[in-house]
Design a protein around this ligand. Sequence first.
Ligand SMILES: [Zn+2]
Ligand SMILES: [Zn+2]
Length: 95
Amino acid sequence: MAKIKSVLFDDMTFCYECGRPDAECHHIFFGSYAKTPCTKRKLYIPLCYVCHKGNNGPHMNREKDLEYKMMAQEYYEEHIGTREEFMDEFGKNYL
Ligand SMILES: [Zn+2]
Ligand SMILES: [Zn+2]
């Protein structure tokens, strides 16, 4: 895939779940409720097609979706801003 920069992963080539190459870019906060698009914060995660769009992927599996969102919020609070700012940008507290 083309060079997409994620703040969470240096290398977006390999699937986070299974390590397959040719990972797709999953936007962790793809919902429209987010005031700040996740393209601004670059909160992406690399996932192969199966781990991305399959039954256990974040688009089908709510628990997996939440797992990634919690991971991204933890990163945000460590490196970007406060919980209040996170909630202001993404509309919700996941932790
Ligand atoms: Zn995978
Ligand atoms: Zn996705």
